[in-house]
Design a protein around this ligand. Structure first.
Ligand code: NAD
Length: 429
C-alpha cells in the first residue's frame, strides 16, 4: 500500500466534502461518518506466474457509504494505485449516485499491477484471486464492481465466473460492464456522451438558447466526446473544433473546420484510442492547431471530454467571451482556480459528477436488468437515461437559482444532503 504523496486525492475529496458540510450545517456525527469510508478491505493475491514463480499482488476495495443502496464502482488495475486514490474515488461515487438519485452507494477497488506486463492467464488469476478474497463482502445486494482504468469486459466476466462458482448459482447482477449478450446493457456505449447532452439540452433551454443556433468546441475525441457530438448534432448543434492526444508526437492537437466538423468523416480517420490522423484530417480540409486551441474558440459551448485539470487558472482567461456553457464530460477537467474565473464570468457550468453520470446510471440499468434476467431494448434504456439525467439536472439548477449557488456547489449540496438524510433515516446518526 503506497503512503501519502504530495497530492493526496482523498484529502482533496474530504476538503470538498467539508465545504458542503459547512453549507449544509451538518452535525458532527454525520460529518465524521461521511468523511471516511464505512468499510475498507486490503488484501494479498498470490498468483503463480507463467515462469512458475509466485508473485503477490496487493488488492483493495473501499465501500464509502451504503445508506442509499448497495455500493457501486469500478476496479482499477494500475501500478501506482494507492488506497487513498481508491478512497477518494469511492467517496466521489457516493455523490455521483446520489446526485442522479439512483439507489446505490459509492465504492471503488483496485489492484497494484500493470496489465501491460501480464499475460492473459496471469490477469485472469488476479481477477479470480480478487473475488476469492472478497466473495462474502461483495455481491448484487452488497457491492457491485465495474470496469475502470485498465480493466475491461473480459476481466468482469472472469470475476463473475469466480463469484458464481463460489456461490454455486448465477448472479449476473454481481458485476457490470459485461458485453451485450452476456448480461450487458444496450446503450452503455452511448450513455455517458448522450447523458452529457441531455443535461446540455436542458441548460440551453434554461438560458433561452436553441441548439440549432449554437456551436461547440470539444476537448477529446474518444467515447464520451464522439457520442456527445452525435447527439448534439442530432439536436441541430454544430461542432467547430475537437482535439485529441497524438501518440506519435506525444502532444495534443486541435482540429477545426469553421463550417462544422463532419462526425462520420472524422470517426473514419480516428483510431480506437480516440486519436485523429493529422495528415488525413488536413486532406479533408481541417485546420490542425495546437492542443489548447479548442479552449479559445468563438463558440457558445465548451465540452471538456478528455482528462482532468485541463481548464486551469492559467488558461481560463483565454476562454472566448461568447462562451455561455461549460459541460464537463471528463472527470475533474476544471481546477478550483479556473472554477472561480468561470463563476465570475457567469458561465453556466454543468459539473462533472452530474454531467457524466450517464455512465453509472446505465450501469445501474445493467444491474437492474441482470437481476431480473430480462433485458430492455436500446430505446427504452436511452429513454430512461434521459428521464434520470433531466430530472437530476433540473433539481440542481432549481436549487442553484433559488439559493444563488454555483451549479457545482448546488450539485454537491443535493448529493451530500441525500446521503446524510439516508443515514439519519436509518438511525445511524
Ligand atoms: P477515451 O480514452 O475513449 O478518449 C479520451 C480522448 O481524450 C481521446 O480522444 C484522447 O486522444 C483524448 N486526449 C487524451 N489526452 C489529451 C490531451 N492532453 N489533450 C486533448 N485530448 C486528449 O476516454 P473516454 O471514455 O471518452 O473518457 C474521457 C473522460 O471522461 C475521462 O475523464 C473519463 O474518466 C471520463 N468519463 C468517462 C466515462 C465513460 O463512460 N467512458 C464515464 C464517466 C467519466
Amino acid at each position: 500500500m503506497a503512503g501519502k504523496s504530495a497530492f493526496n486525492p482523498f484529502e482533496m475529496a474530504q476538503a470538498q466534502f467539508d465545504k458542503v458540510a459547512n453549507l449544509l450545517d451538518l452535525d458532527a456525527g454525520t460529518r465524521e461518518l461521511l468523511r471516511f469510508p464505512l468499510r475498507e478491505y486490503a488484501f494479498s493475491i498470490p498468483v503463480r506466474m507463467d515462469d512458475g514463480k509466485v508473485k503477490v499482488f496487493r488488492g483493495f476495495r473501499v465501500q464509502h457509504n451504503d445508506a442509499r443502496g448497495p455500493t457501486k464502482g469500478g476496479i482499477r488495475f494500475h501500478p501506482q494505485e494507492t488506497i487513498d486514490t481508491v478512497r477518494a474515488l469511492a467517496m466521489w461515487m457516493t455523490w455521483k449516485c446520489a446526485v442522479v438519485d439512483i439507489p446505490l452507494g459509492g465504492g471503488k477497488g483496485g489492484v497494484i499491477c500493470d496489465p501491460h506486463n501480464l499475460s492473459p492467464r496471469e490477469q485472469e488469476a488476479i481477477c479470480r484471486g480478487w473475488v476469492r478474497q472478497l466473495a462474502k463482502d461483495v455481491g448484487p445486494l452488497v457491492d457491485v464492481p465495474a470496469p475502470d482504468v485498465m480493466t475491461n469486459a473480459q476481466h468482469m466476466l472472469w470475476m463473475l465466473d469466480e463469484f458464481e462458482a463460489i456461490h454455486g448459482a448465477k448472479y449476473p447482477g454481481f458485476i457490470t460492464g459485461k458485453p451485450v449478450g452476456m448480461g450487458g446493457s444496450l446503450g452503455r456505449t452511448e450513455a455517458t456522451g448522450y447523458g452529457l447532452v441531455f443535461t446540455l439540452r436542458e441548460a440551453l433551454k434554461e438560458l433561452g438558447l436553441r441548439p440549432e443556433q449554437t456551436c461547440a468546441s470539444v476537448q477529446g475525441f474518444g467515447n464520451v466526446a464522439q457520442y456527445a457530438i452525435e447527439l448534439y448534432h442530432q439536436l441541430g448543434g454544430k461542432t467547430l473544433c475537437v482535439s485529441c492526444w497524438d501518440q506519435a508526437d506525444q502532444t495534443s492537437y486541435s482540429f477545426r473546420k469553421s463550417s462544422g466538423i463532419d462526425l462520420r468523416e472524422l470517426r473514419s480517420i480516428t483510431d480506437r484510442f480516440g486519436g485523429i490522423d493529422k495528415g488525413k484530417a488536413r486532406e479533408r480540409g481541417y485546420e490542425v492547431l495546437p492542443g489548447e486551441a479548442w479552449l479559445t474558440q468563438e463558440v457558445d459551448i465548451l465540452m471538456p471530454c478528455a482528462l482532468e485539470n485541463q481548464v486551469t487558472g492559467d488558461n481560463a482567461g483565454g476562454i472566448h467571451k461568447r462562451v455561455r456553457i461549460v459541460a464537463e464530460g471528463a472527470n475533474g477537467p476544471t481546477t478550483p482556480e479556473a472554477d472561480r474565473v468561470l463563476q465570475q464570468r457567469g458561465i453556466f457550468v454543468i459539473p462533472d459528477f452530474l454531467a457524466n453520470a450517464g455512465g453509472v446510471t446505465c450501469s445501474y440499468f445493467e444491474q437492474v436488468q441482470s437481476n431480473m434476467n430480462y433485458f430492455w431494448e436500446k430505446d427504452e434504456v436511452l429513454g430512461k437515461l434521459d428521464v434520470k439525467m433531466t430530472s437530476a439536472f433540473l433539481a440542481v439548477s432549481d436549487l442553484a437559482r433559488r439559493k444563488k449557488l454555483f451549479q457545482r456547489d448546488a450539485a454537491y449540496v443535493i448529493a451530500v444532503n441525500r446521503v446524510a438524510q439516508a443515514c439519519k433515516d436509518r438511525g445511524w446518526v
